[in-house]
Design a protein around this ligand. Structure first.
Ligand code: NAP
Length: 244
């Protein structure tokens, strides 16, 4: 096992896939969690440094067990760091709240908020005896700060995720072998999530289409590289919310 271990949710497309690809180029040990697996990453990864777990992260009851299984495969005496990146998210349902079904509401909040919270809690507990650098990166969004019609669930979950990162950052401040916890807003990227917003019929679909037409969407590979530089920099304070 390499010296640095990363656990990434939502690694099959967009930002998560780019982060995983770049980590594998550097010979890190990467655990990817999503419902589907990315073929390019399978081709790029060589054997033992990459492991994929197929999981629907809206089913929060499975989250602890998967993390426990991953942690059990790692010999902490042989690594220097472990990083959890809570990246998986969905902007759906894009509807005014009265039209969202109970299942849609639960799935959104579970994926975008409850799962990152459960993974954070389990990660801190399961690695508490490890004498290695431990980090948690929560991928946030500008939507955490800007209210939007028909995106109330996504905006609220991201806003709560920022506050959660700040609170846990405070909890970890000054603790021996503290876990470094922070959030990163990646900005608008050219990914499937943006396409979903563009293709949906709602007040902001024109805005999202315009961002694509005017070339305002960033390449997720570029953002991934910036986030990895940030993760490995010394300037991060616990609970910080960064903008890339
Ligand atoms: N794109 C943007 O403009 C933008 C802007 C601000 C913030 N962000 C944030 O950046 C992060 C990455 O977004 P992205 O644009 O790269 O999104 P994306 O291309 O849509 O990818 C989302 C990832 O999440 C996974 N995922 C979705 N539902 C899941 C489920 N139920 N269980 C497990 N995994 C699931 C998907 O994998 P499977 O479908 O295989 O499960 C996929 O790998 C998100 O946190 C997003 O909120 C994006």
């Amino acid at each position: 096992m390499s010296n640095h271990v990363y656990i990434i949710t939502g690694a099959s497309s967009g930002l998560g896939a780019e982060i995983s690809r770049q980590l594998l180029l550097e010979e890190n040990n990467v655990f990817c969690l999503s419902r589907t697996e990315n073929d390019d990453i399978i081709r790029q990864a060589s054997g033992y440094r990459y492991k994929f777990y197929s999981i629907d992260l809206t089913h929060v009851e499975n989250v602890y067990l998967i993390l426990q299984e991953i942690i059990a495969t790692i010999d902490s005496s042989k690594i220097d760091s472990i990083t959890l990146i809570n990246n998986a998210a969905s902007v759906s349902p894009i509807k005014d709240i009265q039209y969202c079904t109970q299942d849609e509401i639960m799935a959104n909040i579970q994926l975008n908020l409850t799962t990152p919270i459960m993974l954070t809690s389990s990660f801190i507990r399961l690695t508490s005896e490890w004498e290695v650098k431990r980090r948690i990166v929560n991928i946030s969004s500008g939507s955490a700060q800007y209210p939007a019609q028909s995106m109330s669930l996504y905006c609220s979950a991201k806003s709560a995720l920022n506050m959660f990162s700040r609170c846990v950052g405070l909890e970890q401040d000054g603790v021996p072998n503290a876990v470094q916890v922070f959030a990163v807003d990646p900005g608008m990227m050219d990914t499937e999530m943006q396409k979903t917003a563009r293709d949906s019929v709602f007040q902001l679909s024109e805005f999202f289409s315009k961002q694509k037409l005017e070339g305002n969407l960033t390449d997720p590979a570029h953002v991934a590289s910036k986030i990895l530089t940030l993760i490995n920099s010394l300037v991060i304070k616990n609970g910080d919310i960064h903008h890339v």
